[in-house]
Design a protein around this ligand. Sequence first.
Ligand SMILES: [Zn+2]
Length: 297
Amino acid sequence: MADKVIRASAYGGSVRAFANDIKDTLGTAMGYHGLNPLAAVALGRALSAVSMMGEMAKSKEDTVTLVIKGKGPMGGVVAVCSKEGTLKGYVVNNDYSSYGNCVDGGVGGCIGAGYLNIVRDLGMKEPYTGTIPLQSGEIGDDLAYYFTYSEQIPSLVALGVKLNPDMTVKSAAGMIIQLMPGADKDIITRIENRLREGRSVSNMMEKEKTPLGVLGFMMPDGDVQITGEKSVSYKCDCSRERMLRGIASLGRDELEKIISEQDVVETTCHFCLAKYHFQSEEIKKLLVKQEPTINSG
Ligand SMILES: [Zn+2]
């Protein structure tokens, strides 16, 4: 079954909900990154979250980026949903042996204390950004906190990844259920109870098979109606030009240092691990375009 994200309304429009199935998307990401089990769960949750936030965007032109940075050994996770609905992401440190005792604390333990940052690029000069301190580092809890306190929308967020013993993806799914202004506050208690009954979004997806099935389970008396649906997949959009722009952003001093040390500069895309090579001549051209540093006073 192809991956997709759906948008739905329930209880006569007083609830909006999102759900997805990103099993193949996470499988592709794992193929690129060779992720350890905890990193796979972290990236799967982040990709699931950001794909639903892409559907949530007011304009379909938005790019949504979720950045989680923590002091723990995993370092954090980055996930991006493009305006076309393609997903990409990476985990800062995928070296499982460096996680040590933190693995006992799961994803949250390995991410550690830090912050969650959402950037919505609307194609205008200044992107919209919102930041909150991490609550548990488990990503779902942190996003629920973000929606409730940063965007003032009471929300239930559940993100789930299960792996098979051979490290293939058994399930990767998520849901976000949000109360619109004026909604009956009892609804949140009812859906929280349903989440306990269903145990986890992974379990629900395995039983119900589709994102709509999961939302139907969560809100059996809500008359859930699909209001949007989009295919999702893992796709990196890196290019030589984009990588060169990244190098240019390092600044004049750093560029001069690189040229003095290397004839050929190699850069690796974080999202798909593609390698790009640039001759130092190409980097020199970037220097010409940059304003020299002026020391005044
Ligand atoms: Zn790439």
